[in-house]
Every structure is written in C-alpha cells, then in structure tokens.
Design a binder for this molecule. Structure first.
Ligand code: C5P
Length: 269
C-alpha cells in the first residue's frame, strides 16, 4: 500500500497558557498542504522500517511510524509489516511531517488489515503519538485547540491562494520552541480574524512563536520580510518553525535568494 502523508501550515498560532501537565494550551488553524512524503506499508515476515530521501535525525527505532505500528500491535493481532518512508517534508520545520507520517501509518494499517477503526478510535491512538498527529487523521482544515488534539471543523474558510514555503537550515525542536515562549491570552478571536481579507492579516494574525524565536534566529525574520518583498499578501512562520510561508494571489516564482533553502509552492483551496 502506497500512502502520501502531507504537511500542514498554521494560520495564526496563539499560545494561551501553560497547563499543569506541562503542555501548552493553544489555538490555531491547521491547513493541509500539498508537500508530501511517500509511505509504503507491506505485510512481511518480520517488522522492518527503512527510510530514504531527507535523512531523519535520531534513532530510526524511535520513529513515530514505528511507534504507530507498535501501538496498534498492542491492541490488535496484526501481522508484521515492512514500512518504507521516503522523506520529502523537511523536519524541524513546523510543517507536521513526522506527525503526518505517524497518522498515515495508523490509517494505512487500519485499511490494510481491515480493522475498521472509526475516526474517533484512530484519533485516540494518534493523540498518544503526538499533539499534532490527531489533525492528520481527517486531514482537513480545522480550528485546533487544547494541546493540539481538539479539532473544530465548523470554520468556513475559502482560501484562494498560492503558498510558498521556505525552510532554512535552522532546526528548531518543538521542545526548544515551547521553552522560549511566554504564553498570553489572545487579543483577538482567531475565527474572526480569518474572515478578514488575506491582505489585512498582516500584523493581526500572529504566530506567537515568532516573537519567541526571531531574536535568536534573525534569518527567520529576514525570510519573512523577503516573502513580503516578493509580493506575499501575508507571511508567517508555520507552527514552532523554522519554515516560513507566504500567501500569494498568483503563482509565485521562487526568488533566486531562496535557492539555498528548501522551497515548495502549492495551491490552497
Ligand atoms: O506532543 P508532542 O510530542 O509533539 O510535543 C513535543 C513537546 O512540545 C512536548 O513534550 C512539550 O514540551 C511541547 N508541547 C507543549 N504544548 C503543546 C504541544 C507540545 O508544551 N500543546
């Protein structure tokens, strides 16, 4: 079975408070984007996991795809599988790539072995793998709250735009990003802000991680400025970084100064 786990970007990201369990309460809108990994799942005599494409830091045994398989294996009598992940989505980017791989592993195994798990059940497993994983089960634009696992699909959002994503070499771990943040109550309602035309989002629709990380990583602020110079109607960092994105009315050309970065253009609709 071949699957294509996709990335997401965040429209706005408010970090509201730190909870007693150590996680932060957030509010954001997650939008799926067409930057995709390739995941192959095959029944096999014994379990294996391999990867190609961008190199994945750390021990492969701790990969979230492996953990996703092990989680289902605890509850279901499923055969061993051979998992192969071809990594295109940059890591340490705030694009949710690893979470998406894990969620697609759950969905793939559910389909392959006809476990017939409901969305609720798959989301329950996904929440144990990581805060962002839950979103990728249904994989559609959502207002996200809690630690990232509470999804509200009632938001009416028509986005007719192109997105240019730019990932510099800077690697920011989610933990580092959260350790630098000062939570605060949001000044505006996120769903209300998103009803404004995109050109009015600048300065209003904020990602709280920008103020926390830009002083230590000035390159991020520079890329954001350059996205505006290139004609973006709105530019921001995605999630806890370090990927920046710009939204454009027309399909943008990738500026030559971005050639040293990982870039991807796709349509949002
Ligand atoms: O849930 P996930 O494993 O992706 O989170 C990684 C780390 O990011 C957590 O251990 C925690 O330090 C931080 N985090 C947080 N609040 C969230 C999500 C993540 O503090 N809502």
């Amino acid at each position: 079975m071949q699957l294509q786990p996709n990335a997401k970007i965040n429209l706005g990201l408010f970090i509201k408070c730190k909870r007693e369990d150590g996680f932060h309460e957030l509010e954001s809108v997650f939008v799926p984007v067409d930057w995709k990994d390739e995941l192959e799942i095959k029944e096999a005599a014994e379990f294996s996991f391999s990867s190609s494409g961008l190199s994945i830091p750390g021990d492969l045994d701790n990969n979230l795809c492996v953990k996703a398989y092990q989680l289902l294996k605890q509850d279901f009598d499923i055969p061993a599988v051979q998992l192969h992940l071809h990594k295109n989505i940059p890591m340490g980017a705030g694009l949710g790539g690893g979470s998406s791989d894990a969620a697609f592993t759950l969905k793939g195994i559910d389909q392959l072995f006809e476990l017939n798990l409901s969305h609720e059940k798959l989301e329950h497993y996904a929440a144990q793998l990581g805060s962002d994983c839950v979103f990728f089960i249904q994989n559609k634009t959502a207002l996200v709250r809690g630690r990232g696992e509470l999804l509200d699909f009632s938001l009416q959002l028509t986005l007719k735009a192109y997105v240019l994503m730019v990932k510099p070499k800077v690697f920011i771990s989610t933990q580092e990003a959260y350790s630098k943040i000062k939570p605060q109550a949001p000044q505006n309602s996120l769903p209300d802000l998103l009803q404004l035309p995109i050109a009015e989002w600048e300065g209003r629709l904020k990602n709280d991680f920008e103020a926390a990380l830009f002083p230590d990583y000035p390159e991020l602020a520079t890329i954001k400025e350059k996205l505006y110079e290139a004609g973006a109607k709105y530019a921001a960092m995605s999630g806890s970084g370090s990927c920046l994105y710009g939204l454009f009315d027309e399909e943008p050309q990738i500026p030559s100064e971005f050639e040293k970065y990982h870039c991807k253009v796709c349509r949002l609709d």
